[in-house]
Write a protein that binds this ligand. Structure first.
Ligand code: CTP
Length: 403
């Protein structure tokens, strides 16, 4: 699973840095390509020469190569990595990451990275337990960085407690497990719709809703992380999506979204319609801005096409189709009705009665309803975590279908 993977190891100035050559050797043995980045302080604990020899790559610390003045592009390094592991990570670099600082090469690479970033803090027990460090730890996790906790044991200070970096074998296994599970959608094509649609009344006004597109975008990201080739049909939102493995098709109206989804659907193994499609569109769009001197009495509207229902009609036996239902009352019953009517395999229900769920929030609370009749209710989570749960439920459906 590690063969051919580009892995960046970021080493900062902690005593555990002396163990990193072992980790690099383990990764190299499995066929990974390893690029080591070091902070200046790290060089007091392990030499760049050792890490360069074991990684079979030059080790970078500076923005410029001293002899030639050539630039070590942090953008390129970050873009081509499949994973970054920061180990050992000092309290100092953690604090800089938590506040978005970028005063060395390692930090700029992390800030520009599009791939998963793992971090293994290692420090003295009292520094680790200090509330500033604990706060930073929480911030990094909230930013989506993946935490590899330190273990309890004898520390360089002579004290015993939490703060030790896990052994290289444990760090290696974390990366190995990540790539193993991350390949579960390899070769699968996934279609996701996200965001609102805007139905133009005139060149500056539209009918639309409040959707931020966050939920659908996180679902697209979660699938891409598991190796899927994702087509994301995205309504007008401000979020930029630039992860590898996701092709974005920007659309404005329900009509454009319907056209793109219907075009991409036949080649998709899995489809998730997370878009908040406008249900109505003006019968006519004025060519010029409507002036307030000539007040508009009413806007005549017609229903938009129900894209999900149209895809349900096109669906073949081997395809999985998932929709969303935002309900205010009789939630399960209404969502189950939608699942049947639109010929879905699964529907993700959020209730507007739940605090923190639905659009405008960074969190969501969902109940997944399956064609088989089962319901699975999840607690309130970040949309990123909810996306992982949805992908996990779909993974289970695929396994069942494949027998
Ligand atoms: N949807 C769609 N096309 C539309 C409207 C909705 O594809 N024109 C999809 C949404 O992406 C979502 C699902 O249908 O996955 C549920 O949408 P929702 O608005 O909750 O339900 P409706 O079926 O429109 O029913 P109602 O408005 O009566 O709740």
């Amino acid at each position: 699973m590690l063969r051919g993977k580009n892995i960046i190891i970021g080493v900062t100035g902690g005593i555990a840095a002396y163990k990193i050559p072992m980790l690099v050797r383990l990764l190299k043995k499995e066929g990974a390509s390893v690029q080591v980045l070091m902070t200046e302080a790290a060089k007091d604990f392990v030499t760049p020469l050792t890490l360069s020899v074991v990684s079979e790559n030059p080790v970078f610390s500076e923005f410029f190569k001293a002899q030639t003045g050539e630039w070590n592009s942090h953008i390129d390094l970050g873009i081509h990595a499949d994973a970054i592991l920061l180990a050992p990570l000092t309290a100092n670099t953690m604090a800089k990451m938590a506040s978005g600082m970028a005063d060395n090469l390692l930090l700029t690479v992390v800030l520009a990275a599009r791939c998963p970033v793992f971090f293994a803090p290692a420090m003295d027990m009292d520094m680790f337990l200090h509330s500033s460090t604990q706060e930073n730890l929480k911030k990094l996790q909230a930013l989506g960085y993946r935490y590899i906790p330190p273990v309890e044991g004898e520390l360089a200070s002579g004290l015993t407690g939490p703060g030790r970096m896990p052994e290289p074998e444990v760090l290696f296994k974390t990366l190995q497990d990540f790539f193993e599970t991350s390949a579960s959608f390899k070769g699968k094509k996934v279609l996701v719709s996200a965001g609102p649609t805007h139905e133009p009344i005139d060149p500056v006004r539209f009918i639309g809703n409040n959707s931020s597109g966050k939920m659908g975008i996180e679902i697209a990201r979660a699938f891409a992380e598991k190796g899927a080739l994702v087509n994301l049909v995205l309504g007008p939102v401000s979020t930029e999506v630039r992860e590898p493995g996701i092709t974005v098709y920007k659309v404005e109206t329900a009509g454009e979204m319907a056209g793109k989804c219907k075009e991409l659907f036949p080649e998709s193994d899995v489809t998730v319609m997370a878009a908040a499609v406008a249900d109505f569109t003006p019968v006519e769009t004025a060519g010029k801005k409507i002036k307030k001197e000539k007040p508009l009495k009413q806007i005549e509207v017609k229903p938009t096409e129900d894209i999900l229902a149209a895809l349900g009609k096109m669906k073949k036996e081997n395809q999985i189709l998932t929709g969303f239902a935002l309900e205010t009352n009789d939630e399960i019953e209404n969502a189950r009705g939608k699942l049947k009517r639109k010929n879905l395999d699964m529907i993700v229900m959020n209730s507007l009665r739940e605090e923190g769920a639905g659009f405008g929030y960074d969190t969501n609370k969902i109940t997944v309803i399956l064609k088989t009749g089962d319901n699975i209710s999840y607690p309130l989570k970040s949309k990123k975590e909810v996306a992982k749960d949805i992908v996990h439920e779909i993974e289970k459906l695929i396994k069942e279908k494949d027998g």
